[in-house]
Ligand binder design. Structure first.
Ligand code: CMP
Length: 138
């Protein structure tokens, strides 16, 4: 199993003051930080990041939302990182997320769903490389 994943704390959760709470739950769940930054996505950058969803009906709204305010981007390390992190954050739709998951606790809607987590090893690498150079990883 892969040992790295990529995450973003999305604009809704940053604006609501949940950076600390979310990072605490991630770290306490055994994930180690490899890289982290507080930044923003322009609409163009968001469009590039979510290019795989280009044909989906929610693509425009997604890119607009993801560029609406600052985010936290991070590369995380743990055994079985992809799967364990997806379990930790819960279902994409917070209404369907299990009790105690990050999205159940901190998300507002399927768009404003507090965090992103990579869905595969390949995407974790692509997404991490999108934000971080080799000199920004520890
Ligand atoms: P994320 O894990 O960042 O990857 C794609 C995002 O699209 C997803 O989280 C959701 O926040 C967002 N999204 C918005 N609307 C929908 C929808 N109807 N179905 C799935 N994802 C959606």
């Amino acid at each position: 199993a892969t040992n790295r994943t990529f995450t973003m704390i999305k604009p809704d959760a940053v604006a609501a003051g949940h950076i600390g709470g979310i990072l605490e739950q991630i770290i306490k769940s055994g994930f180690k930080l490899v890289a982290m930054k507080y930044t923003t996505l322009s609409p163009e950058k968001a469009g590039q990041f979510y290019e795989v969803h280009k044909e989906r009906p929610f693509y425009g709204e997604l890119c607009q939302f993801m560029s609406s305010g600052p985010i936290v981007a991070a590369i995380l390390e743990k055994d079985n990182a992809i799967e364990d992190f997806r379990k930790l954050i819960g279902a994409t739709d917070p209404a369907k997320a299990e009790v105690g998951t990050i999205r159940q606790k901190f998300a507002q809607s399927i768009s404003a769903n507090a965090v992103h987590g990579s869905d595969s090893d390949d995407n974790a690498k692509i997404e991490g490389d999108f934000f971080f150079s080799a000199f920004e990883r520890f």
